[in-house]
Design a protein around this ligand. Structure first.
Ligand SMILES: [Zn+2]
Ligand SMILES: [Zn+2]
Length: 162
């Protein structure tokens, strides 16, 4: 996303465009975030003295794996207040906004994404996705893994975990 400073008229310049998803380099960073969608930029550049002021909003569609249930879901991340100031000495310079746009949108990513605010997560005992079905664990507070030990007479009395 490049702006040529001498193309910015006095009233400012709308800079609407898209940056390819590849600039976020997500495929190298984590298995929990995926996207092929571009970052949509709706920016406005204005010259004030010897600075270019760029403001506007960014958004991108991202697939996260839910921090509770592990299922992938798609959500749109918005950064409504992108704002950067670029000082310049030569009006024939160009500005590349790519790094700042990338950083700004990625700071807006949630640390613990959730598919739904009410996501039930996985049962800590049997791993059932509690959004889809329920399991018997909550009815009997025992850990199923200990049930096998009950079949061994010697261990039965020693195991007080019920
Ligand atoms: Zn979830
Ligand atoms: Zn369970």
């Amino acid at each position: 996303m490049i702006i040529q400073i001498d193309r910015i008229p006095w009233e400012g310049l709308d800079v609407h465009g898209e940056l390819p998803a590849a600039v976020m380099e997500l495929e190298n960073e984590t298995d929990h975030i995926r996207t092929r969608a571009p970052i949509v930029c709706r920016l406005h550049a204005r010259i004030v003295a010897h600075e270019v002021l760029v403001r506007g909003s960014l958004s991108v569609k991202i697939r996260f794996s839910c921090s509770r249930c592990g299922e992938f879901f798609t959500t749109t991340i918005h950064e409504p207040d992108f704002q950067e100031i670029y000082p310049f000495s030569d009006p024939h310079e160009t500005l590349d906004l790519t790094c700042d746009v990338r950083e700004s949108i990625m700071l807006a990513f949630p640390s613990f994404p959730r598919c739904e605010k009410t996501c039930g997560g996985l049962c800590p005992r049997c791993g059932t996705n509690l959004n889809r079905s329920s399991c018997a664990c909550s009815e009997s507070p025992r850990d199923d893994r200990w049930a096998a030990l009950d079949l061994i007479p010697d261990r039965q009395n020693a195991d007080t975990r019920t």
